[in-house]
Design a protein around this ligand. Structure first.
Ligand SMILES: C[S@@+](CC[C@H](N)C(=O)[O-])C[C@H]1O[C@@H](n2cnc3c(N)ncnc32)[C@H](O)[C@@H]1O
Length: 431
């Protein structure tokens, strides 16, 4: 229930005025007028199922839930309202300009399921509401006190809720911090003229400068708002993997998974072939991720799923037999390539959201059969039965186990583990 007698979105105080002014002047992301393509993309039940089970592998799929988009910027809350038409979406931001653009989209797309208002994250509790899902991307690292911001969000997360966070990653942004320091020393501020001069100067950046790689892989730095966001932000900090873990633990939250986990996984891509790979795999998971971040060196953000630490969460596991009852669902934006293949491969699987080029997954002819049998509505046990119509041997079960685990590690699938039944494993055990 909303608190009584006052406008819950009336704002003041407790927020960095400088950050607010910055986003009023340079709203982020660049305002968009049309979300038609976005709506078409999400008008796809499998895409929504995959998204749901990324956050809740162990919950039955549902489309009616509550979502908070905290620090929603110009369009993110409207996008969530379009993506989940049956959900109740609340978008908050401190920037009037961002709220204005969100209101425009709300009107244009008749988003009756969206409520939007000006409110700092730090005062979220005043809404008197709790949410199933909280999305907070690109915001906490700009707060004067990110710990207080995250705690405020944790307080409005339902006990079985899931939060999607994105914070800047420390090492990959080294070049940005060098250039921020350059701007500070020269007194360059976020004004249009200064920004166009800065864009001109960056074109002359010497080869090998730590920022050069980023400018190459992030073409949106050519856009003033995004360049200003990166280089001239009045308040910005970044987190290494161990700092991410410390950050969430301090707020009473527990790590669930990375939104895309292959880049952090020593079993995936180049990381699997370096001599230290087995040693990394022997470490506890947070330390594996920390080592991989250091080795990769160029991660610019960390996107993750977190839960309340007091609520046990059902996790995907390939120990025991439960995996036979999992329902694999292809992740959105995955593709299967069948041309110009490496020797012995029947196909190569790619997740187009990966920025690292080494994260492709070659599969052999048997694995291709398993892949082809996946339709989002078959359990792993069903898929095994369909692939080996005679009774599967233990060795075939192992082939399947290794394959489905790899698919999962490589961000090719998420699992709906809410429907696992005794029947599935019993059925295969009896063979
Ligand atoms: C980089 S933008 C990210 C926008 C959006 N989350 C996205 O990923 O597209 C950061 C947003 O956080 C908002 N913001 C900054 N500090 C805030 C605070 N204390 N409370 C709520 N919003 C805040 C800014 O106004 C801005 O719109």
């Amino acid at each position: 229930m909303m608190s009584q007698n006052k406008n819950p979105f009336a704002t003041s105080g407790s927020v960095s005025e400088e950050v607010k002014a910055f986003y009023d002047r340079y709203p982020y992301p660049r305002p968009v007028e049309s979300l038609d393509a976005y709506r078409r993309r999400w008008d796809d039940l499998q895409r929504r199922r995959a998204d749901f089970h990324l956050f809740w592998p162990g919950k039955f799929f549902q489309q009616e839930f509550s979502i908070l988009v905290a620090g929603c910027g110009t369009s993110q809350a409207a996008k969530y309202a379009l993506r989940w038409p049956e959900a109740r979406v609340t978008g908050i931001d401190v920037s009037e300009t961002s709220i204005y653009h969100t209101q425009q989209l709300k009107q244009k797309y008749n988003l009756d399921n969206l409520q939007v208002g000006q409110l700092p994250i730090e005062r979220m509790g005043e809404l008197g509401k709790a949410f199933d899902h909280i999305v907070c991307t690109g915001v906490l690292h700009h707060l004067p006190d990110p710990d207080a911001g995250l705690k405020a969000l944790r307080e409005v997360l339902k006990p079985d809720g899931a939060m999607h966070l994105m914070v800047y990653a420390r090492y990959g942004r080294t070049g940005i911090y060098m250039m921020q320091e350059f701007c500070r020393r020269l007194g360059i501020h976020a004004h249009d003229m200064e920004i166009s001069d800065l864009i001109a100067a960056l074109k002359e950046l010497p080869q090998g400068h730590p920022l050069e790689y980023l400018l190459r892989v992030a073409p949106d730095f050519q856009n003033p708002a995004e360049l200003a966001d990166a280089l001239l932000h009045p308040q910005d900090r970044a987190y290494s993997v161990p700092e991410v873990f410390e950050f969430i633990h301090k707020a009473g939250l527990e790590f669930g998974r990375w939104i895309r986990q292959a880049p952090y996984d020593p079993h995936c891509g180049t990381m699997a072939s370096i001599p230290q790979s087995p040693r990394i795999s022997g470490l506890p998971l947070p330390e594996q991720y920390a080592a991989v971040e250091l080795f990769r060196g160029t991660m610019v953000r960390h996107s993750l799923v977190v839960y309340q630490n007091s609520t046990p969460v059902q996790q995907v596991s390939f120990e025991g037999d439960a995996w036979l009852g999992y329902f694999p669902i292809r992740m959105s934006d995955t593709i299967c390539i069948e041309e110009r293949l490496p020797p012995g491969a029947a196909a190569v699987l790619i997740n187009r959201n990966h920025t690292y080029r080494d994260l492709y997954m070659p599969i052999n002819a048997t694995e291709k059969l398993l892949l082809d049998a996946m339709d989002g509505n078959r359990s792993v046990a069903d898929i095994i039965e369909k692939t080996w119509s005679s009774k599967p041997e233990t060795s075939e079960r192992n082939v399947a186990r290794v394959f489905f685990e790899r698919l999962w590690r490589y961000d090719q699938v998420v699992f709906d583990i809410s429907r696992q039944t005794e029947r599935n494993s019993a059925r295969l055990d009896s063979h």
